[in-house]
Design a protein around this ligand. Structure first.
Ligand SMILES: Cc1ncc(COP(=O)(O)O)c(C=O)c1O
Length: 416
């Protein structure tokens, strides 16, 4: 284990980062909130699964299927330990955060309606992948959706949220870390308010699970989604944690083979947990890669991952904060932050800034509304933002390249 995360050493494991050139320059990859690059350990695990243990899972009666099922089951155990779940059956594998939330929303809405609940609260910070499944599912079960506001800086209005929660509320849906501003929400506090009213805390962990130490029990989380591809695992991996006692009472919404024990024309008997929420053939080799990705992060230590990213963002914020024509949207007074630096250059559309960073400096960032339209509107940023997002393989040198590039663009093109 490294005592302090050494990004130069980490980079050696990432073939793409060593070889890729953009317009003749070495790639500076700062689009990690969208997806991360994959280390050789993950790529090799996927290759090995195809070479040595590939068959369909769910315990077919032949040796290869047994082997494949073992790896697939182990992925649940590894994620359970990583998230601090008490039981591996609390981990449901899906394909990303979006599918995970689409699995959760209708099943949980139906469960909550059965218990007499009438409202779901969603924050205005949510990514569409977490907001839209609830907007679609809640009304089908007679539940109303209410929105917890954010202030102009992009921080959740905690006073307003607390005041909105009463005994009618079935679930509070909140992102742990914003994909736009990197703001981390104080889940323990929100969980306390929710649980006082017998409401569940449903958390979008897409931008926190890859970046922060997580313990769902300590945080008081009842459901938490994650995307494997944002934490170095193959794309098409991800899923969610759900509290066992609640999962046991929920009826699956997405159904099919693998999720059942028995089907007659009169009746469907669902399989035991977690399989009843995992219909169809899953991402089998992806699960092998997911195990390696989690092991990689555990070796580094999630505290180290978090502080490394914050060091880079602090560096960028310090220098760009002084550059005329650059507007930073890192909110002051956030409970915590991840490795995201959101900004604009005054007078320039964010897409143009992204294009210039790519074409003239070889720097890859994301631009626009980042699937969080409501959040941007609430902050008055109708054209969106430029988002530089860091991960374990980014260096201070790369942060400095970003600072220099943005400074140069601002000096040339920013409006007064
Ligand atoms: C906060 C947040 N939630 C949900 C998602 C959706 O993730 P996926 O595309 O992996 O389903 C993202 C992706 O950027 C995200 O950042």
């Amino acid at each position: 284990m490294f005592s302090v995360l050494d990004p130069y050493k980490v980079r050696e494991d990432f073939p793409l980062l060593q070889t890729t050139l953009v317009k003749g320059r070495r790639l500076v990859y700062l689009d990690n909130a969208a997806t991360t690059q994959k280390p050789v350990q993950v790529i090799e695990a996927v290759r090995k699964a195809y070479y040595t243990s590939y068959a369909n899972v769910h315990r077919g009666h032949h040796e290869l299927s047994q082997k494949s099922s073992e790896v697939y089951e182990e992925a649940h155990e590894v994620i359970a330990r990583f998230l601090g779940a008490r039981d591996w059956r609390e981990i449901i594998l899906a394909f990303n955060t979006t599918t995970a939330m689409n699995y959760i929303a209708p099943s949980l809405a139906e469960y909550l309606a059965r218990r007499g609940k009438k409202r779901i609260i969603i924050t205005m910070m949510e990514h569409h992948g977490s907001m839209l499944p609830w907007r679609r599912a809640a009304p089908l079960f007679g539940l109303r959706v209410d929105y917890a506001p954010v202030n102009g800086e992009g921080l959740l209005d905690l006073g307003a949220l607390e005041a909105m929660i009463d005994d009618d509320v079935g679930a509070v849906v909140v992102t742990h870390a914003s994909n736009v501003t990197g703001v981390v929400n104080d889940l323990r506090r929100i969980s306390g308010w929710a649980h006082q009213h017998d409401a569940l805390l449903v958390v979008d962990g897409a931008q926190s699970v890859p970046h922060l130490p997580i313990n769902v029990a300590d945080l008081g989380v009842d459901f938490m989604t994650f995307s494997g591809h944002k934490m170095m695992a193959p794309d098409g991996t991800g899923g969610f944690y759900g509290r066992l006692d609640v999962l046991e009472e929920m009826t699956p919404w997405v159904v099919g083979g693998g999720a059942i024990k028995e089907v007659t024309l009169e009746e469907v008997v669902y399989a035991d947990l977690p399989w009843r929420f995992e219909p169809g053939t899953p991402n089998i080799t992806g699960a092998a890669g997911l195990i390696e990705a989690v092991e990689y992060l555990r070796r580094l230590g999630m505290d180290q991952v978090h502080s490394h990213e914050k060091r880079l963002v602090t560096h960028v914020a310090r220098y760009l904060g002084e550059v005329e024509g650059v507007d930073s949207y890192l909110p002051r007074g956030a409970f915590d932050l991840t490795g995201i630096f959101p900004f604009n250059i005054r007078g320039l559309n964010p897409h143009i800034v992204g294009q210039l960073l790519n074409d003239q400096y070889g720097i890859a960032v994301r631009t626009g509304l980042h699937c969080a339209h409501v959040y941007h509107h609430a902050m008055g940023l109708e054209e969106g933002t430029v988002r530089a997002s860091f991960y374990i393989y980014n260096t201070v040198e790369e942060a400095a390249l970003l600072v220099d590039a943005v400074g140069e663009i601002a000096r040339k093109y920013a409006s007064a």
